[in-house]
Design a protein around this ligand. Structure first.
Ligand SMILES: [Zn+2]
Length: 242
């Protein structure tokens, strides 16, 4: 099977597109639809999957979950009516509200990091958790108990200034060796010699495959909920205006 073309990598704003059915299979008692290309974001990179509908004139498939495995995107769900067969032309429709919330939460995590960077705190970025139930970003770093409250306020103030400035996000594709020119932080685990996507928040580059807002003012506003020291790691919990 050919790898699924990931349309969201080149255009994060597409919420509806056409595609062709490659295969419909049953896996662990659930129906999986595989397409030649997709706008559905599969779970990964700290961001939850999209939901939505795949349909044509004769069938409607409800997408409840989306996963990526070995280059293939699996749209998991159930047929509300009819059935697809290989070669069918279909339309993908991503659930807008869910995607927009995930993009705002994800982008807010990057904005909090821009604020941490602008404040010169010297923390080393780690993983992010951009789920609606309690998003946070993590760093290698330390903070004393009496600095916490002020730093929390400083990050929140700076982050909201960045949101209000409303820089547009643009996409660039480059190899890891070039990323240092536009990115403040390039994770070691990225492979060499392969063009990868960098999302530019104004002139602040982020190597990232997730979905992001088109302009930072779309985040509206954000809060820093808590800074917590866990061993050598700092967890910065945040949220967006709901
Ligand atoms: Zn990201």
């Amino acid at each position: 099977m050919t790898m699924t073309k990931l349309l969201y990598l080149e255009d994060m704003t597409l919420l509806e597109t056409s595609a062709v059915v490659e295969e419909v299979v049953e896996e662990d008692g659930r129906t999986v639809v595989i397409l030649d290309q997709t706008i559905f974001y599969p779970q990964g990179g700290g961001q939850p999957y999209d939901k939505g509908i795949i349909k044509n004139d004769s069938a409607t498939f409800q997408v409840d979950e989306v996963r990526w495995a070995d280059g293939i995107v699996k749209h998991i769900g159930s047929f509300q009516s009819g059935l697809f067969k290989k070669g069918d032309a279909i339309i993908c429709i991503v659930e807008k509200e869910r995607r927009e919330l995930h993009s705002r939460i994800h982008s807010a995590g990057h904005v909090a990091d821009m604020a941490v960077n602008a404040l010169g705190l010297g923390w080393i970025p780690g993983k992010g958790y951009h789920y609606p139930d309690g998003p946070y970003i993590e760093y290698e770093g330390t903070i004393s108990e009496d600095e916490k409250e002020k730093t929390k306020g400083d990050i929140e103030k700076k982050a909201n200034e960045i949101i209000q400035e409303g820089a547009e996000t643009t996409l660039r594709f480059m190899e890891k060796s070039k990323m240092h020119e536009v990115c403040n932080f390039v994770p070691d685990y990225l492979p060499e010699g392969k063009p990868m996507r960098v999302v530019m928040y104004g002139d602040f580059g982020v190597p990232c495959g997730g979905t992001h807002v088109s302009k930072l003012s779309d985040i509206k506003s954000m809060t820093i909920r808590k800074i917590k020291q866990r061993g050598e790691m700092l967890r910065v919990a945040y949220d967006v205006e709901r």
